[in-house]
Design a protein around this ligand. Structure first.
Ligand code: SAM
Length: 290
């Protein structure tokens, strides 16, 4: 039997039947706006040969839309109480597998290898729990998983930050990190009334298209990200002070690197483009090695 999982009465009846109560700490706000999940699934699945990894299926409202379009859907859910619910709501689909576990602890390379061997490509699609938005996105990107794109719902403020232009006021260390690995763009806003229970904030769906080749390549990626975190750590400070404090480097060393990179001594991190950040990281590394 196919359930209408966007219908509040149906959702309440299923949850009541299974004695389920929402857990705030697991970020459980389930989508009930009937337009959102089809739109997300359309973005995430380009062909019936694709595999989709979903994080946090909840009661399966997005999962069902993905199953209707993809070859295979694997959904990782931490809350074991939802497993019997999902068996019921997704019972009609034979192309779905629920993996019980914490997405942050799973070996996703092994999971993808094992589950999607027969898929043309793999994408990620999810309505992410707010409390782990950045860690999940960064895990997906930093582990360099063989996925082509990530279509996720996040808090509106997080969407603005993740999709900001590097070198603009809205950018932070996470903006640089995400855009190093992917081209990011905001797709559409989703109001708080689209969920049950309704959260205190609005959301937005964003799309990250993973870059096959990095647009800029610093000599040492690990050092580059350490420097970026330090530069953005205290937003009111100059990049010089932030980097010097965060990396325990003498101010003269950082000042000399800024000069070699052709950057003003009092520049703030938010003014720096990706190319300038890469150049600065390379200059600092050179001076560190001397
Ligand atoms: N996809 C459903 C929807 O759109 O209605 C539910 C989204 S709800 C915002 C987030 C889901 O992620 C919940 O089902 C929650 O139990 C699950 N979750 C929370 N932390 C998780 C984790 N670390 N690993 C996997 N799933 C998690």
């Amino acid at each position: 039997m196919r359930y209408n999982l966007s219908d509040l009465k149906t959702v309440r009846a299923i949850l009541e039947k299974h004695g389920f109560s929402f857990s705030k700490s697991l970020g459980q706000n389930f989508l009930i706006n009937p337009n959102v999940c089809p739109a997300m699934a359309e973005e995430a699945v380009a062909s019936g040969e694709d595999g989709v990894l979903e994080v946090g299926p909840g009661i399966g409202v997005l999962t069902a839309e993905l199953c209707a379009r993809a070859k295979k859907v694997v959904a990782v859910e931490l809350d074991r109480r939802l497993l019997p619910v999902l068996s019921e709501t997704l019972g009609d689909f034979d192309n779905v597998e629920i993996v019980s576990g914490d997405v942050l602890k799973l070996d996703l390379h092994a999971l993808l290898r094992e589950k999607f061997a027969d898929c043309r490509k793999v994408t990620v699609c999810a309505n992410l729990p707010y409390y782990i938005t950045s860690p999940v996105i960064m895990k997906l990107l930093e582990e360099k998983l063989p996925v082509e794109s990530i279509v996720v719902m996040v808090q509106k403020e997080a969407a603005d930050r993740l999709c900001a232009e590097v070198g603009s006021r809205e950018a932070g260390a996470v903006t640089v990190a995400v855009q190093y690995y992917a081209a990011a763009r905001a797709l559409f806003k989703v109001g708080r009334g689209s969920f049950v229970p309704s959260p205190k904030v609005d959301s937005a769906v964003i799309r990250l298209d993973i870059r096959k080749n990095a647009a800029f390549a610093p000599a040492d990626e690990t050092f580059f990200f350490r420097m970026v975190r330090a530069a953005f750590a205290q937003r009111r400070k100059t990049a010089l002070n932030g980097i010097s404090a965060g990396l325990a480097l003498p101010k003269e060393t950082v000042a000399a690197a800024l000069q070699s990179a052709g950057l003003p001594a009092d520049v703030r991190a938010e003014k720096l483009t990706m190319e300038q950040l890469c150049r600065l990281s390379d200059m600092l590394l050179e001076s560190d090695e001397e």
